[in-house]
Ligand binder design. Structure first.
Ligand SMILES: [Cu+2]
Length: 196
């Protein structure tokens, strides 16, 4: 009885201290002389573990937020096309991307000077209007030149991000060499689709 009364009286002070005191005070069961001494000693000792555990709980909380910040960086990968230019082909790693911002990372793996034109058109890749030199007539009304990367030397790379609406596109290189070789006519053209 007396043991319970002391325990409830201490409840007003601190519940954390009681939890530590009650097992110690009641386990002895001797007399009133034993209980006051542990009460003063246990109360400062009991508060210390509480503060330690609070720090231990606050430390892990920032850690789960770090993986969350890295995950959104991976989501724009849906709008990425890696394009390799060779003599004389255009090789995107994907033929279709969803509409929105699309990043074209272009590398010239060929031995000639190359470029990349992103053209929105319903014409087939092999049927674009041409000039007399075999290059594509970029001023034709059937073609919408959305974006382009100018001359990449062999081994060079570049990257552009452009907003693409849904529809049919053609990727070409429109370089004409000094010897008259038109890269488009030589095969540097490929279809590219943007889905809604
Ligand atoms: Cu070319």
């Amino acid at each position: 009885m007396s043991c319970r009364k002391r325990a409830f009286a201490l409840l007003g002070v601190a519940t954390a201290a009681i939890l530590a005191i009650v097992p110690v005070a009641c386990s002895g069961g001797n007399g009133s002389d034993v209980t006051p001494a542990p009460a003063t000693i246990a109360s400062p000792a009991a508060t210390r573990p509480v503060t330690v555990t609070e720090h231990a709980q606050t430390n892990p909380s920032p850690q789960p937020t770090r993986p969350l910040t890295t995950q959104p960086a991976a989501t724009p990968a849906a709008g990425v096309a890696n394009v390799t230019l060779v003599d004389y082909e255009i090789q995107p790693d994907v033929a279709t991307v969803p509409a929105g911002d699309v990043t074209f990372t272009v590398n010239n793996a060929g031995s000639a000077y190359h470029s990349l034109l992103i053209i929105k058109t319903d014409l087939p890749p092999s049927a674009l209007p041409q000039d007399d030199d075999g290059s594509v007539d970029e001023t034709d009304d059937n073609l919408d030149i959305v974006d382009e990367i100018f001359g990449l030397l062999p081994g060079e790379g570049d990257s552009i991000t452009t907003q693409l609406d849904p529809g049919a596109y053609v990727l070409i290189c429109n370089v004409v060499d000094d010897d008259g070789t038109a890269h488009y006519a030589s095969g540097m053209r490929t279809a590219f689709q943007v889905t809604p």
